[in-house]
Design a protein around this ligand. Structure first.
Ligand SMILES: Cc1cc2nc3c(=O)[nH]c(=O)nc-3n(C[C@H](O)[C@H](O)[C@H](O)COP(=O)(O)O)c2cc1C
Length: 453
């Protein structure tokens, strides 16, 4: 079989089922079935760089996600990190020159899986040991097709070097896995290989490493995120995992809780379904229709903001995430995109800002822009002051000259200085000098004298 052997699966959503993508903001699924739906498996948040940071994970858990994956963090970036607890927020920061990743063990640990980007067993194990106390599982990203991952031998590059992938998973299982003092379940997230047979052979090998979970993103590495998922290797993968006792998660084009249950049931999946983009634009997609379904964006964004402020989520990430949730055509989207601080975001959303004022300085970038703006404003003030001083000086000079002239005229009544057409300063000065000399007629008579200039 070849790559083309993966048939593009037709959409399998029942015609009457509300499509979460089509639910307009504000519609709380009026078509939700009255009878509670059966839960066939877990519904979990996918790993997402930027979009899957702490605030999104906590909000997804609030809306019912069973497990949340963190964004891919490169193993080498963790090595050498300092672990810093924040007693005020209850969060834990892994910091090097900057923040590498933030977790909140008191609110997510039992459901939080740390995903790493790695290309070698030793660095993978070292990184896993560093975060072990704050997470409930370690996942290896073996599907990211982006060059920043693949050029270093990580992500989808591991699908082209399967012995290396197997050695990384085996090392993690042996050093931090369930039978070690770290007791962490190890998992892997892969994409489809070019053929169904290759995909199944890979899954069989992966299951033998001792992993506890496996996720299959139902797209091949070159496929674009919006291309329809291919489901033809799904039933076989589900079966292989079930027989090996590995919890299996399907990923790709799952739109919400109800859609997830349908796919889980249809392909007899012993595990669950993983959601990325649908959760990125509305983390309440984890709410089943029989419990009201996805919430309107305003409600979701309000909940997000409350969580983000409570964990002091970096403003740049908060802004990025809420802009994914607010419909682009809404007027408020433009206002939010101009905001630089939590105070400005809250004002636009009509919320009380509880984010600490001393931290609310915006991002480093906005701080730089702000500093430049302040400098410009200061320069303008200084320029205006200088201009005012100059104007004062000129005015005083003119007044003084006027006074002087009056005095001259008073004391030199008898002197008539005829300077003709020439009235330059030299002439004036000369006249003044002349007028002040002995050439004045005795007695102060206003007899004209001729100034020769
Ligand atoms: C913004 C974004 C960031 C992502 N980051 C990661 C990541 O860090 N690790 C990973 O394995 N997959 C990542 N993915 C892929 C998703 O986890 C998921 O496999 C893919 O989007 C398909 O799921 P979906 O159809 O529900 O979107 C990312 C996807 C998006 C949209």
């Amino acid at each position: 079989m070849t790559m083309t052997d993966h048939a593009i699966a037709p959409p399998v959503v029942p015609p009457n089922e509300p499509q979460p993508d089509n639910i307009p903001a504000g519609n709380i699924s009026a078509d939700a079935p009255a009878v509670p739906a059966t839960k066939y498996g877990k519904v979990v948040l996918a790993p997402m760089v930027r979009s899957g940071q702490l605030a999104t994970r906590l909000l997804s858990l609030k809306y019912g996600a069973d497990i949340v994956w963190g964004p891919e963090t490169i193993d080498k970036s963790l090595i050498g990190c300092e672990r810093v607890e924040n007693p005020k927020t209850g969060c834990v920061d892994y910091v090097r020159t900057g923040l590498i990743f933030r977790a909140c063990p008191s609110r997510e640990k039992s459901k939080f899986i740390f995903q790493m980007g790695t290309a070698a067993p030793d660095t993978a194990v070292a990184a896993a040991k560093i975060v072990a106390q704050d997470v409930s599982g370690i996942d290896v990203n073996s599907g990211c097709p982006k060059p920043f991952s693949t050029h270093a031998g990580m992500g989808a590059a591991l699908l082209k070097d399967i012995p290396r992938l197997l050695s990384i998973l085996t090392a993690l299982v042996e050093n931090v896995g369930l039978s070690t003092p770290y007791a962490l379940p190890i998992s892997v997230k892969i994409r489809l290989l070019p053929t169904i047979e290759e995909t199944h052979a890979l899954v069989t090998s992966l299951c033998k490493t001792g992993i506890s979970k496996l996720t299959l993103h139902c797209r091949t590495p070159p496929m674009r995120p919006r291309e329809p998922a291919i489901r033809d290797a799904l039933a076989g993968t589900a079966k292989i995992c079930k027989e090996a006792g590995v919890e299996f998660f399907v990923n790709g084009e799952i739109k919400g809780w109800d859609d997830a249950q349908r796919v889980i049931k249809e392909y007899d999946i012993d595990g669950g379904a993983m959601i990325a983009v649908a959760a990125e634009s509305n983390p309440s997609c984890f709410v089943p229709n029989h419990l009201g379904g996805p919430k309107p964006w305003r409600e979701v964004v309000t909940e997000y903001m409350l969580i983000a402020m409570s964990v002091e989520n970096p403003i740049s990430n908060t802004k990025f995430c809420i802009l994914n949730m607010v419909p682009g055509k809404n007027e408020i989207h433009k206002v939010l995109s101009r905001a630089k601080t939590y105070r400005e975001l809250c004002e636009a959303l009509g919320l009380e800002c509880t984010y600490p004022e001393d931290l609310d300085l915006g991002t480093l970038k906005t701080q730089r822009v702000k500093a430049q703006e302040e400098k410009q404003a200061q320069l303008q003030v200084e320029r205006a002051e200088r201009q005012k001083k100059l104007a004062d000086f000129k005015r005083k000079k003119t007044e003084a000259e006027g006074e002087e002239k009056k005095e001259e005229e008073g004391s030199n009544k008898r002197v008539k200085v005829d300077v003709g057409e020439r009235s330059n300063a030299t002439t004036g000065a000369a006249v003044a000098e002349l007028a002040a000399t002995d050439m004045l007629l005795p007695g102060g008579a206003a007899e004209p004298i001729q100034a020769v200039v």
